[in-house]
Ligand binder design. Sequence first.
Ligand code: AMP
Ligand code: ZN
Length: 119
Amino acid sequence: MAEETDCLFCKIAEGQVPSTKVYEDDTVYAFKDINPMSEVHVLVIPKKHYPNAAAVAAADPQLLAHIVETAQKIADDQCDGAYHLLFNTGAAAGQTVFHCHAHVLGGRPDPAKLAGALA
Ligand code: AMP
Ligand code: ZN
């Protein structure tokens, strides 16, 4: 379903690059962030490639809603439903992977990493 050959998160969604799966269905995939900023740090991605959240919203608003619902479900399971939902958009704002991903951040934060991510 994913289609950008040179995209890390397309490869993760397709299982070509290993990840620690948290949730999967037909349209989204969720996995643990490799460098967690918080006790709970899960990335939720659409299986189809979009460069950022606004592109998903423009092309398929229901898919963006499903990403948010999935984030809530993961937070309900892992951190009592309390979490930050972060979409970095643009390199200057810290986006490093240009495949839409929602950071689900819950539990005890790592303040240094969190501050670095938003700097
Ligand atoms: P961003 O800076 O918003 O583009 O977020 C990219 C996130 O992807 C960072 O938090 C990275 O730690 C995470 N990341 C990069 N490579 C991997 C990987 N192979 N598996 C899991 N998470 C990754
Ligand atoms: Zn991609």
